[in-house]
Design a protein around this ligand. Structure first.
Ligand code: ZN
Ligand code: ZN
Ligand code: FE
Length: 768
């Protein structure tokens, strides 16, 4: 007889782990116990040698589907005489509060069936849910996760709902938001002046009718409001864009089910799996040609963001909407965040009426409060692996598991596409997408979220890590409001530390940070960097960078990429014009002014940003002059590529002041020459993508040889470019690099807060 004790860490709580251990022990005839504790799941088993070995093998190789084991610690224990069975021990109240709140989950097939069954008591009821589905994070204000701590507290369950809730055999056993038409939340419809629209039809039936008529509706959903219109109605889509001041940025489309997705796009098995997952994100897919919906949905790209109806409300809305269509038409509704560009998504009924009154014609409202804002998540599975573009609803507050236990640190994140990160034990909780921290509304949302997440996790950070940039609101929060010891970390080291942490990689690692901008420790704007990071002793070293180019006008140059192209041409010492179609025509008046700005160094910061190189090439080729959303130049540039080209541009590396400089000026000079010679932008774009990927591989390859490091992390917003991501990953793998890419967070700035927190944990460890 032997007795063994295991402590299991990872995603092992609230995923059916204990019942599976119980069954496993039974199968091997073992006695003992299993318990959720603050250390992880603690298992003690006793029995014969072979039985114990068989149990351990199965435990490691066969965890339940939603579980993710990061570590199993094994110890010998003293056998207990007379133990007769295997039991699941109750956890203490304190330990229950450590159990995580789940992310919001899309309506499950059982609930969907009930909603569409005329005989069921929940027929067409838009707030149906059960233990396997429904709202969670967005309705929970306090822990533990009990009905009285959610926005369902004000709805008293009717006797039938209470019976379901109390029956261990029922699908709604302990389903905190359980509700029915008798006792649960209600819907109503108003016009933009809050006058209720009543009539024969239900609010959802009437809403479907108004959408089909071409109206724009604000619809209260799970994590905030959507602005909705008929996605096949060109006039309605254009009007929505006009009112929202969003001329080009892609709009997401909701469809009722996977069958409609198949009618609209080529859907791979992986894409079908992601679309139908409980997280139900927006997925960028390749629509069929010609696309049967409005051509204005995503004018800049070949992809279209689609999602399936993920709440009962949406499902019922489509039931009504479908009756208004012919059999050939695909039911599809634009569902875009209910906000003005750059403001956070609206939350309350009154707030929405005030803020969206000039955009929406009608408001579909309900009385279940949203306690936490959470935008739709956005993913894409057309690159080398599935990637997040935005991580929020359906994923937060699921943690990223780290390679070891550590103290609680707050990473306050960057300025754009902000998230923050709180760590607890071996878990890193990266917040939902907060957005651009450039106004008081977003800053308010940011502070609200930090307080809320700190509360539901029951943590008090001992240190805060912010960006090097002194003017970011996230830096201000760290330095002026947090009241904690503050450390600052350069943006691109944070990117690489983040991709290492996600992959639980500890050791020396090269890093390619291909990004927009982050203030460097030399005062220039970094963003095309080759770094060396060792997260065991926190070695942070810059091995190389792209050439520095002036951004005349600073932030204005980012919004008007022709200025960056002019910056490149100036650096090359050429007299060419970016604007004139005939380059020999000479400079325009604006360009003469711009050159004076650069020469006198007036508001012309230097940048090595990879994103700026894409901007400049897009502007040079005439694709954009100014942009209406971040990355628009790069998106257009990727779209126009013609296939069947080769990497024909040289991209040499020079060694200067101890750095390996990737000569992006020489690259730009060759592009300029091709362009002047009249080569088509489609061919130039393709050559540019391939040459850049090849140049980056050579650059990293040299560093790999000189340092002997064989692992490389890829991060930064430019990694959202699928062509570059594909070519780069393949090229580095061919050079036998172990390539680390983001798996749980976006490669853009949403991952920065994790890198900051990891850095803080290292410093905090040194202190103690
Ligand atoms: Zn359900
Ligand atoms: Zn009820
Ligand atoms: Fe970044």
């Amino acid at each position: 007889m032997r007795r063994k004790k295991y402590i299991v860490n990872g995603r092992v709580q609230g995923v059916g782990f204990r019942p599976s251990v119980y069954r496993l022990a039974g199968q091997h005839g073992l006695t003992g116990s299993v318990q959720n504790t603050s250390l992880g799941v603690v298992i003690e088993v006793q029995g014969k040698e072979e039985a114990l070995a068989g149990f351990e093998e199965k435990l490691r190789s066969n965890p339940p589907p939603l579980a993710e084991i990061t570590r199993i610690q094994t110890d010998e224990a003293t056998p207990e005489a007379g133990e007769s069975g295997f039991i699941i021990l109750e956890s203490s109240a304190r330990e229950q509060s450590q159990v995580l709140i789940s992310p919001d989950s899309a309506v499950c097939p059982d609930c969907a069936r009930e909603i569409l069954d005329p005989e069921d008591r929940r027929y067409l009821y838009p707030f149906t849910n059960c233990t396997n589905c429904g709202p969670r994070y967005t309705i929970t204000g306090l822990i533990p996760y009990d009905r009285q701590n959610t926005s369902m507290a004000c709805f008293e369950m009717c006797s039938q709902c209470r019976r379901e809730y109390s029956d261990p055999g029922d699908r709604r056993f302990h389903a905190q938001p359980n509700a029915c038409p008798q006792c649960g939340p209600r819907l109503w419809l108003t016009d933009a002046d809050s006058n209720r629209i009543s009539g024969q039809d239900s609010p959802l039936e009437k809403s479907a009718f108004l959408l089909k008529q071409g109206s724009i509706l604000a619809i209260k959903g799970l994590g905030g409001f959507h602005l909705a219109c008929d996605a096949a109605d060109q006039g309605a889509v254009r009007e929505l864009r006009r009112r929202k001041h969003r001329p080009h940025k892609p709009l997401a489309v909701m469809i009722p089910d996977i069958a409609a997705a198949g009618d609209l796009a080529e859907i791979s098995p992986l894409e079908a799996e992601i679309l139908q997952s409980p997280s139900s994100p927006i997925l960028a897919v390749k629509p069929v040609q010609p696309c049967p919906l409005s051509p204005d949905l995503a004018p800049d790209t070949d992809l279209l963001g689609i999602m399936l109806a993920y709440t009962p409300l949406h499902l019922v809305l489509f039931e009504h909407f479908k009756t208004l269509l012919t059999r050939q038409e695909i039911p599809a509704l634009v569902m875009t965040s209910g906000n003005m560009s750059s403001e956070p998504i609206s939350l309350g009924n009154r707030e929405a009426l005030k803020r969206l009154g000039h955009i929406a014609d009608y408001f579909l409202l309900h009385d279940r409060d949203i306690l936490v804002r959470c935008d739709d998540s956005v993913m894409c599975a057309r690159g080398p692996g599935p990637a997040y573009f935005r991580r929020a609803r359906g994923y937060t507050p699921q943690p990223v598991f780290l390679s070891r236990i550590g103290p609680c640190i707050l990473g306050t994140g960057p300025e754009l596409k902000n998230t923050f990160c709180l760590t607890r034990n071996d878990q890193a909780f990266v917040s939902q997408h907060i957005g651009d921290l450039q106004n008081l509304e977003s800053y308010g949302f940011y502070r609200e979220c930090i307080d809320h997440l700190q509360h539901v996790l029951q943590v008090n950070p001992e240190m805060v890590v912010c960006d090097l940039h002194p003017d970011y609101l996230s830096t201000r929060y760290a330095r002026q409001e947090s009241g904690l010891p503050v450390q600052a970390l350069q943006h691109h080291y944070a990117h690489i530390l983040s991709v290492m942490a996600e992959n639980r990689f500890d050791g020396p690692c090269l890093g390619l940070a291909l990004d927009g901008a982050g203030l460097g420790d030399d005062g220039t704007l970094w963003g095309g960097e080759l770094l060396l990071v060792d997260n065991r002793d926190m070695t942070l070293q810059r091995l190389g960078s792209f050439e520095l180019v002036p951004l005349p006008g600073g932030d204005l140059a980012v919004r008007e990429p022709w200025r960056i192209a002019a910056g490149f041409i100036h650096r090359l010492g050429l007299g060419h014009s970016v604007l004139a179609r005939d380059f020999e025509q000479g400079l325009t008046k604006e360009e003469v002014l711009l050159r004076q700005m650069i020469e006198k160094d007036i508001n012309s910061p230097l940048s090595s940003g990879c994103g700026r190189l894409f901007d400049a090439v897009a502007a040079l080729l005439g694709l954009v002059r100014s942009i209406s959303y971040e990355g628009q130049g790069a998106v257009l540039l990727e779209k126009i590529q013609s296939q069947g080209q080769e990497a024909t541009y040289d991209l040499p590396v020079h060694h200067r002041t101890g750095l390996g400089i990737l000569d992006t000026l020489t690259l730009f000079r060759q592009i300029l020459k091709d362009h002047i010679n009249g080569l088509s932008p489609a061919i130039i774009s393709r050559r540019f993508h391939l040459s850049l990927a090849r140049g980056l591989c050579l650059w990293a390859g040299q560093a790999g040889i000189s340092t002997g490091i064989r692992t490389i992390g890829l991060s930064g917003g430019v990694m959202q470019n699928l062509t570059l991501a594909r070519e780069l990953e393949a090229g580095l793998a061919r050079r036998s690099f172990n390539v680390l890419t983001h798996r749980f967070l976006p490669p853009g700035d949403a991952c920065v807060s994790l890198g900051q927190a990891v850095y803080g944990r290292h410093l905090a460890r040194l202190k103690t």
